[in-house]
Design a protein around this ligand. Structure first.
Ligand SMILES: CC(C)(COP(=O)(O)OP(=O)(O)OC[C@H]1O[C@@H](n2cnc3c(N)ncnc32)[C@H](O)[C@@H]1OP(=O)(O)O)[C@@H](O)C(=O)NCCC(=O)NCCS
Length: 194
């Protein structure tokens, strides 16, 4: 695997570069068949923008590889010199049960997480998952939530997702059959300890 520059997660709501981040997210593309694992990027982003419990973030990176992504997602539209939007995700509070977790509030749900097809396999997914734990921890502190970690559901056939999450320190907490896209693994990681 390549060693990419560190990713930066930028919350979309309230960001000075809000519209530029949205333009980058609108340009994200999946590989054929991958929408079954996650859904289409733009509709998920729109749904998050309309729901105060869903905290939408852009995954940005600054390597040359990232900047080969199509024009709308290049540095000019991604809100930072030399940085490109390479992915997105949503931290959904009070929604753990959506992924088969035992309750809604002891973990923040990471959903709608994806890396653009042109930037996959470069380590961004692993780095962004790790960074999402820190972002979720900040949200929990800011909103005074009882959450102590991050939970997610990943399709059992999603090899890249399973590996990225395991590399980022997520542990398997069993199977969930309630999702709309086939059997899922429930994966969880506690927040960073100070
Ligand atoms: C899952 C996803 C976010 C991973 O992002 P990524 O940037 O490609 O991940 P990384 O580059 O950090 O690679 C993570 C691991 O997956 C492996 N991997 C990458 N693409 C793979 C593929 N198509 N098949 C199998 N393994 C793959 C990598 O080799 C790496 O494992 P290794 O370090 O042990 O070799 C990305 O593939 C994606 O957006 N997929 C479509 C949407 C999706 O499935 N989202 C998750 C929903 S839960």
């Amino acid at each position: 695997m390549h060693t990419p520059a560190a990713v930066t997660l930028l919350p979309v709501n309230g960001a000075p570069e809000h519209s530029k981040l949205l333009a980058g997210i609108a340009a994200l593309e999946l590989m054929p068949g991958q929408a079954a694992f996650v859904g289409e990027p733009w509709p998920m982003a729109q749904k998050a923008l309309a729901d105060p419990h869903r905290h939408l973030f852009a995954v940005t990176a600054g390597t040359a590889a990232a900047c080969t992504i199509a024009a709308p997602a290049t540095a000019e539209t991604s809100g930072g010199a030399g940085r490109a939007v390479v992915g997105m995700g949503i931290l959904h509070v009070n929604a753990g049960r959506d992924a088969g977790w035992a309750d809604n509030d002891s973990a923040i749900l990471l959903r709608g997480f994806l890396i653009d097809r042109r930037a996959q396999g470069l380590g961004y997914g692993t780095a962004a998952t790790e960074a999402a734990v820190g972002l979720a921890q900040g949200i929990a502190a800011e909103l005074d939530l009882p959450a102590e970690g991050v939970v997610l559901g990943v399709n059992e056939d999603n090899a890249a997702g399973l590996r990225a999450y395991a590399h980022a320190g997520f542990a398997d907490h069993g199977r969930y059959l309630g999702g709309r896209s086939g059997p899922q693994r429930i994966m969880y990681r506690t927040f960073h300890t100070p």
